[in-house]
Design a protein around this ligand. Sequence first.
Ligand code: FEO
Length: 422
Amino acid sequence: MNAVNDAVEILPDVHWIGAFDPTLRSFDIILRTANGTTYNAYLVRGSDGVAVIDTVKAEFADEFFTRLESVADYAEIRVIVLNHLEPDHSGALPELMRRAPQARLYISNRAPAMLKALLKPADDAQTLEYQTVATGDTVSLGSRTLRFLHTPFLHWPDTQCTYLVEDAILFSGDVFGCHHCDRRLFNDRCGDFRFAFDYYYAHIMRPFKTHVMSALALIEPLPLKLIAPTHGPILRDRPRRALARYRELSSDSLAERIDNAAPSLIIFYMSCYGNTAQMAEAIQIGVEENSNVQVSLYDLEGGEIAPFVDLIETANALVFGSPTINGDAVKPIWDLLSSLAVIDLKGKLGAAFGSYGWTGEAVRMIEDRLRGLKLRVPVAGLRIKLTPTEAELLACQEFGRALAAALVNGERGRVIDFADLG
Ligand code: FEO
C-alpha cells in the first residue's frame, strides 16, 4: 500500500506527483473553491530518462518532492516541461532546477518573458537555461515521446499542452481542469464535480472562447486515453466528454444561431425616484424606431448578475443608466460592470445616461469604465437634472436613435472626452 505522500501511478512508469490543497477557499482572489484544489504534476519515465511535467505552488514543494523521490532520483531527470508558468505550477521550479541541474527545461515560445519576470535574478533566472517549443515539436525519452501543442491564453499567453504519444495521454495544463480537491484523484472515483468543472471554465476559459476552439481543433484529432490537467481530477473515464463540454460551452448559443441578424442593444438601469427609469424608457423608444435593432430594457433592481452577464456576452451594445448618489453611480451598476471580466467585450458599443440632483458624476464614471473595458463609446453620455421635461425626454429618444444608428452603421461617432461632459 502506498504511503500518504507517495506518487500515484496512472500507467506503468507514469505517475502523479502533485499536491493536495483541501483547505483553500479562494483562488487568485476571484474564484471560490468550496473544497480546495490540487496542483497536479506528473512524472514520465522512458527508456532514456525521466520527464517531470509541471510543478506545484511553492508552499507545497515538500509534498511534491517527496512524491517525486518515491519514484525517481533527481539524477535521472532529463526533461522538465512547464506547460504554464503561473506560480501555482512554477512555484517549485527553481528548487527542482537546483536539484536536477542536468535537466533541460522546455517551455512554450510565449513563455520566456514570463519566466524571467517570475524568477528574478535571485532565483537564477539569468543563468536558467531553457528551450522553447511550438506545436508539433517533440522530445524523446527513448521509449516514450512528448509532443507539444501550443494553446495560448488557456489560461495565460504562455500555455501549452504536452501529449504523451505512445500512451495517448494529454497533460493539459489548466485546460479541462477544475478546483476540486478529491484524494481519490481519478474522475471515475471522485464525487460529482461537474459544477466545479463548469465554474472553472466560466472564470478561466470563457473570456478566450476563440482560443478554446483553436485548442480543440488541435486536441480533438488525437487518440485520447486520458487527460491529466493541472487542477482537479484526472480524466480517465471517457475523457472526450471534457472536450465535448468545452466545445458546447464555447460555441454560439442557440439564440445567437437562430437570430443573429438583428444586432442587440440592452439598456440596464437603476432609478431612485423614477427619473432615470423615464430616461431609459424614452431611450428605448428612440432605439425601437430602428427596426434593424433588437432592444431590451432591464431594471437591475429586479435581476441577478449571472444571467445579465450571459445576456451581455451575446449583446452588441450595452447602455447603462444610473442616478448619481454621493458623487458615484449606484452599487448594482458597479457590481454588474465588475462581473464582465469573464467575457469578451471587444467590439461592443457602450453608452451611459442618468438623472442627477447636484453634480451628476455617475455618467462620466460609467463611460470611463466602459472605455476601460475596451467598449466603443460613440455617443456622448446623457445627463438630466432631476425630473426630465418633455424636451429632455425627446433628447433621450434622440440619444437612442443615435445609438441605434451607430450600432447598425458602425458609425464611430465623436470620441468623447471628460471635457465634453462638463
Ligand atoms: Fe493553474 Fe493558470 O494556473
